[in-house]
Design a protein around this ligand. Structure first.
Ligand SMILES: [Zn+2]
Length: 164
């Protein structure tokens, strides 16, 4: 038995009912989302979106990293994105530890030195969100016609509130 057998079996059922094969890959709702990898976040469902509607970029903390900007620039120019939402969330692990603490915990789990591994920890979530939104807005390849908003998702209530 393979490590992924259950998932491949589930995929076989998915593929049997799959009807999205003609889809062109643009964001049909014109939406791009940068959010955290947290398993409590359902980016499409929480916004009333569905298959094909949005470009989604996820990482620990939902940070606007260089890789996120790369994705957003492609989304805006080649994939129909007109609105960008940056969505960190409450109770995020990246806001609850220092980089040193994460390195120590990972190092303990790995049984190896992890002090060389960087993590984008978040000291002040709202200030970081403002900086991240500003990074998108001020990017030379993101035109002013694109709406950019910073939001916080509450993992206890499911509610999204706009911060900036
Ligand atoms: Zn998180």
């Amino acid at each position: 038995m393979g490590d992924f057998d259950d998932l491949l079996a589930a995929n076989a059922e998915y593929a049997a009912r799959f009807t999205g094969g003609d889809f062109d890959g643009v964001a049909h709702a014109g939406v791009a989302i940068v959010t955290c990898m947290d398993s409590r976040i359902e980016p499409l469902r929480m916004l009333g979106l569905r298959y094909g509607d949005a470009k989604i970029f996820r990482n620990p903390g939902g940070r606007v990293t260089e890789a996120a900007l790369e994705a957003l620039v492609l989304g805006v120019h080649l994939l129909g994105v007109e609105r960008i939402l940056v969505i960190p969330h409450t109770k995020c692990a990246m806001t609850q530890s220092t980089e040193q603490e994460l390195q120590d915990r990972v190092g303990e789990s790995a049984g190896l030195d992890a002090s060389w591994q960087h993590f984008h920890v978040i000291d002040d979530q709202l200030a970081t969100l403002e900086e991240d939104v500003a990074r998108v807005r001020s990017h030379p390849l993101v035109p002013e016609t694109v709406a950019v908003g910073g939001f916080v998702y509450d993992v206890d209530t499911g509610r999204l509130s706009q911060h900036c």
